[in-house]
Design a protein around this ligand. Structure first.
Ligand SMILES: Nc1ncnc2c1ncn2[C@@H]1O[C@H](COP(=O)(O)OP(=O)(O)OP(=O)(O)O)[C@@H](O)[C@H]1O
Length: 399
């Protein structure tokens, strides 16, 4: 594999080669780069379409010009600075009298009655043995200062209920099936433990090992991009690098990124299988396997791909997330890991009462016609209307 040195990259037209494959040229100037499509990564300097072209940072960059700006900034920020200590949030709910552990970490102990009361107030339901009590603040988790600063910089002052329960449970090593309504903060509830456990592992042992330690799968490229962006924010300044493995981007670059050494892979099942079958990626060190939108991931089509990837790992801790959970999902999950704790927050599995749901069974070929019949009908069509489709292509074919 050839990879140009920094100096080489600063000369004009650069072609990056990996093995026998030649990928797109890295753009020399920011103005040569295209505008990003909605949801695509943006250059941290100029907001044009961004890629991983700078191994020294985790940032998306559009061109060699912006890469140079980023590297100058990195050099400046490596000067020592006196950062203010992170704001520590204390447990302030007067209903709970908690015994301070006496440590500096801010961790508190709950009796089992207090744990039950707290869970019922927060509408947290837990099935499974030895699930730790909820946390009331991020600072009670003994996270390194840098991670606490990143959490604060992301705008997260207090954990949301799903984070209060899922974070300590994931940190305890338990495999989890978590359901909570959309927008409840599920993403950070699996990313925070992933960042902490990966960075900690690299700090304590195997500092030089490069194999990925965690993997997050989601059903779409757009969701992967969002998850990876949040992971990068939470892992900034820690030994925590990420790789995005999704369709639509050059596979050779994604492979190169993984081979350079990353802690987390975020990807869609299809592209990961492609990468696994065509290339030699070492997944034996993956310790945490997270699936977002499990209800979609366990539908026919995706399910086999997910299980194929899972079988390439060596019995990792599994973290499975969904807005809704069915019996079928619970069965699938118990085939993946033993002693899975089930955490649900709010009132899952119950559709919103104000939304009337009406399934209509039609042959696959007639789906589009039926949709247009509904949209044309005076009785049913009351704009505005949102039509959900399974893919970008599906969406385009309707326009
Ligand atoms: N502790 C927190 N404090 C403040 N904001 C938060 C916190 N955790 C997450 N958020 C923000 O809440 C929003 C929703 O979070 P997120 O996307 O993780 O929800 P979700 O449950 O995964 O939703 P979905 O099911 O749609 O994927 C995001 O903008 C996120 O940045």
């Amino acid at each position: 594999m050839e990879h140009p040195s920094n100096d080489d990259q600063c000369k004009s037209s650069v072609v990056v080669t990996y093995g026998n494959q030649v990928t797109d040229k890295v753009k020399e100037r920011s103005r040569d780069q295209r505008e990003p499509l909605p949801g695509e990564p943006k250059c941290v300097i100029c907001n044009r379409y961004g890629e991983y072209i700078c191994d020294q940072t985790d940032d998306d960059i559009c061109s060699l010009e912006c890469k140079q700006t980023v590297l100058c900034r990195v050099a400046n920020t490596q000067l020592p600075v006196n950062l203010p200590p992170p704001k520590r949030l204390t447990a302030t709910d007067e209903c709970f009298y908690v015994r301070d552990s006496g440590s500096q970490s801010g961790s508190v102990f709950f009796s089992s009655d207090q744990t039950e009361l707290l869970r019922s107030r927060l509408e947290i339901h837990v099935k499974g043995d030895l699930v730790p009590p909820p946390i009331l603040s991020f600072s009670s988790c003994n996270f390194p200062q840098k991670l606490l600063q990143n959490i604060e910089a992301a705008g997260f002052e207090m954990p949301t209920p799903v984070q209060m329960q899922a974070i300590p449970a994931a940190l305890s090593g338990k495999s989890l099936l978590v359901s909570a309504e959309t927008g409840s903060g599920k993403t950070a509830s699996f990313l925070v433990p992933i960042v902490y456990l990966c960075a900690n592992f690299r700090f304590e042992q195997f500092r030089d090992r490069k194999k990925p330690l965690a993997m997050v799968l989601t059903p779409t490229r757009e969701l992967c991009i969002q998850v990876e962006e949040q992971a990068k924010l939470l892992g900034k300044g820690l030994p925590f690098k990420t790789a995005l493995v999704v369709g639509g981007d050059a596979m050779a670059r994604q492979l190169h990124r993984i081979q350079q050494g990353v802690e987390l892979i975020v990807g869609t099942p299809g592209r990961l299988i492609d990468l696994l079958t065509k290339n030699d990626i070492q997944l034996g060190d993956v310790k945490i396997f997270a699936l977002d939108e499990v209800d979609c991931m366990f539908q026919r089509g995706f399910r086999d791909q997910v299980m194929q990837i899972f079988r390439a790992l060596s019995q990792p801790q599994v973290l499975l997330y969904s807005a809704t959970v069915s019996q079928d999902i619970e069965n699938m999950v118990s085939s993946m890991a033993k002693d899975v704790a089930v955490v649900s927050v709010g009132k899952p599995n119950r559709p919103n009462k104000v939304v009337k749901q009406l399934p209509i069974w039609v042959e696959s070929k007639q789906k589009k016609q039926k949709l247009f019949d509904i949209l044309m009908s005076k009785q049913h069509f009351m704009p505005p209307v949102v039509v959900y489709v399974g893919s970008r292509l599906g969406g385009r074919s309707l326009i």
